[in-house]
Design a protein around this ligand. Structure first.
Ligand SMILES: Nc1nc2c(ncn2[C@@H]2O[C@H](COP(=O)(O)OP(=O)(O)OP(=O)(O)O)[C@@H](O)[C@H]2O)c(=O)[nH]1
Ligand SMILES: [Mg+2]
Length: 205
């Protein structure tokens, strides 16, 4: 159905500390991953109105936690990237603490999308994030990004590798290959988000 392919989304606010997180009855679905992996691009691909979340060739573009309200009954949340080398150590630690605090403790959060570049093996920071989510008993989906840069066989091999590595994990929902250029995986990912949000009920109220 056509209306299943996109959702409408609108920017609500950006937050650099948890005191500034919005107070809302909506469940949240978050995008995390290394700097430049394609988090903001994926949000723009999922939402009907493109170019909402700022995208850049320069890693470290997203410097706040950005909240977008959607018409699918949940908020989409764009996080700063982890592991960006060119900011100061202090700022990197601040980001990483904020991200960790958000994904492990945020009450309305029902699903975290952990984005991993399909061209590379998962990096230590990716595995650390997945472990963090497992320990916190939080549901997550592994989203392989930039699959347009690989042959289909290589995408399938990467997907299989991740499924193997994560085979003992309790809170992994799925592994979904995507591309913001070709929109590969958009339907699957959106379906997954809607299903998990639905399982949790639409709001906290
Ligand atoms: N070929 C290709 N390029 C992509 C894809 N997704 C993102 N990119 C490019 O990758 C770069 C980074 O994309 P962003 O969406 O800004 O990445 P981000 O994860 O939000 O980065 P930070 O906010 O810095 O953490 C941009 O140049 C995008 O155009 C994709 O699916 N395919
Ligand atoms: Mg970004």
């Amino acid at each position: 159905m056509a209306h299943d392919l996109h959702i409408n989304a609108e920017f609500v606010k950006g937050a650099t500390a948890k005191e500034h997180f919005p107070v809302s009855p909506l469940r949240e679905v978050a995008m995390v991953g290394r700097s430049n992996v394609g988090k903001s691009s994926l949000i723009n691909t999922i939402a009907r109105r493109g170019k909402m979340a700022r995208v850049s060739n320069t890693p470290g573009k997203t410097q706040e936690i950005n909240f977008f309200v959607t018409d699918a009954g949940f908020m989409l949340v764009d996080l700063p990237g982890y592991g960006y080398a060119k900011v100061s150590k202090t700022q990197r630690e601040q980001f990483s603490n904020l991200i960790r605090e958000y994904v492990t403790q945020r009450e309305p959060l029902v699903l975290t999308c952990v984005l991993i570049d399909a061209r590379h093996d998962p990096q230590p920071l990716d595995l650390a994030m997945l472990e963090e989510l497992e320990l916190a008993q939080r549901s997550y989906v592994v989203v392989l990004t930039k699959c347009d840069k690989l042959k289909p066989g290589a995408v399938a091999a990467r997907e299989e590798q991740l499924r193997q590595v994560l085979s003992q994990c309790q809170h992994l929902v799925d592994v979904i290959p995507t591309s913001s250029q070709t929109t590969l995986g958009r339907h699957e990912l959106l379906g997954c988000m809607k299903r998990i949000v639905h399982e949790h009920g639409k709001g906290l109220a």
